[in-house]
Ligand binder design. Sequence first.
Ligand code: AMP
Length: 357
Amino acid sequence: MPTVWVLGAGQLGAMLKQAAYPLALDVVPIEPDSEHLPDIADHDIVTVEREQWPDTAVTRHLSSQVGFMNADIFGKIADRFHQKTMLDTLGINTAPWRSVELDTKAEALHAELGPDVLLKRREGGYDGKGQYWLYEDQGDEVPSDWQGTGIAEKKIPFNEELSLVGARDKDGNKVFYPLTLNLHSNGILMASVAPLARVAHLQPMAESMLSKIMDSANYIGVMAMECFRVGEQLIVNELAPRVHNSGHWTQAGACVSQFEMHLRAVSGLPIKAPEVRGQSVMINLIGVERELSWMEVPSSQSYWYGKDVRPGRKLGHININHPQKKAVQLALSTLRKQLPDNYNDVFDWVDKELKRI
Ligand code: AMP
């Protein structure tokens, strides 16, 4: 079996490594600033846990290997200008946008995109970082450090945020997990719920959108598509050419997790439509101290990434899964008591969504 080298050694790389065991694959995440250049065989695979990386000796080494997967996609997705252009070219719904050039004025952006305009950095923005709202009624101007570095998007009055995680193998076969409902706060994912019967009718539309994207790029592996639902329409917010936080629930709620599915696809092993079991909820642990009592909550599995605790930082997640919704609700009520008060809104949202199921 090939070794699978992962560019990046954060939690996604660690969870890919965890998922590799049943496949007897050796997965080796590599820090982008590592000084050691690993010896990579031609039949080995190189994949990524991030769509952008600093230019270092080891990232150059990894990305120049014969087995570096999806080499062409990163340039198309990591820069929002190219990502939005690709979506437009494919005829896939995305928030109306335009490039912020050196001489772009707020007035022109509002004339084209409406009174509330969201500036997003072309590169490097994630988890709501690299965003700036321009409000016409406050007379905001385009800040100088945004000129020539961003795109501007129309504000989408969305009903909710859904994501689709899918995988494609080298022969073009594709499989998908059910649409996942996501709650973001300040641009950071806080919680996910899946599956949801009430959005199942949108699944074929979502799958055909992501299929088109993956096929056009001849993509191999897991890709995530984050969408806004506006009425019965899906509008793509952004794409991630990798395993994704909104797919973490699949570790508990699907027979093959997104991590294993990605490894199967990139290493040429069979992929299969994931059978989904029971009801899943994922709660992200953002900026909170670790509590060992989480580990005692029935119907749950907790992941702690071992990073230093900092406000707003993703430090772990808890998956709750059970065939019966009632058991999931019970686990959530226990967890609510164990997490800080600022999580009340998150639990209120999940409770409300579970009641609708
Ligand atoms: P992003 O960093 O692009 O994933 O955006 C983070 C969050 O900002 C999204 O999950 C939305 O909640 C919000 N957001 C992004 N783009 C828009 C938009 N065009 N209109 C309204 N809200 C947005």
